[in-house]
Design a protein around this ligand. Sequence first.
Ligand SMILES: Nc1ncnc2c1ncn2[C@@H]1O[C@H](COP(=O)(O)OP(=O)(O)OP(=O)(O)O)[C@@H](O)[C@H]1O
Length: 260
Amino acid sequence: MSRVLDFSGVSVIREGNAILDAVDWQVEEDQRWVILGPNGAGKTTMLRIAAAALHPTQGRAEVLGGVLGKTDVFELRPRIGFASSTMARRIPAGETVLDAVMTAAYSVTGRWNEQYEDLDVRRAQRVLKEWRLAGLASRRFGDLSDGEQKRVQIARAVMTDPEIMLLDEPAASLDLGAREELLQLLGGYASAPEAPALVMVTHHVEEIPPGFTHALLLTDGHVTASGPVDEVITAEHLGRTFGLDLEVTKRDGRFSARAA
Ligand SMILES: Nc1ncnc2c1ncn2[C@@H]1O[C@H](COP(=O)(O)OP(=O)(O)OP(=O)(O)O)[C@@H](O)[C@H]1O
């Protein structure tokens, strides 16, 4: 089993503050991780390092075998899938859903003069089908619902067949139906043996899809717990991370939490 992420003593210092403080974290290719923590804990900063979009101020971060600062990030980035609302904002509103997904093959967000091959079109159509977007292929991205746009973001990231997939709050702002549909799709994706390593940031334990194997809890740039999901998503660890007395339950592979 090969290691896709290896953080050792990773710190990010901004304006004299450690927004990540000496983080140690290893992710293997068959693992599916969720990162949880309060607002401002450093979750997105962790993902940006994993995406080779940000270098640590201190420590060592290895991504897909390359040490950041000593490796060509332009070679690394096409091997990483990153779905986030920041990325979605770069997709032109008038782009069709098919083009919004297919352009990922060329690492661009708006179709221009690139020549796409039949192979790209067929792959994009297959990915759209897998993420229940086939009926929307010719619709304008800007006209889609939030739930549909979230699925397009993920389909874009899947399109390049990445070795690691990073998802920043994929269920944020979705209504109950759209959230449940997305979690069902993500659960299926996470459980497939051929899926890449996955790391998903979320605020809510209810949004952890079934099939996720590991969890990391973060507060103020510190890791408060990390390891197999059932050992980490507990009332004790979550209570310490969020500063609350909590009750945590798990049913049919899904967690829920409420104030005790
Ligand atoms: N360039 C910067 N300069 C100063 N502070 C920054 C910078 N970038 C991020 N921060 C701060 O670092 C902290 C961690 O940010 P980050 O976005 O990683 O947190 P997060 O856990 O993803 O938060 P949220 O759940 O609210 O999205 C925040 O307090 C943020 O304001």
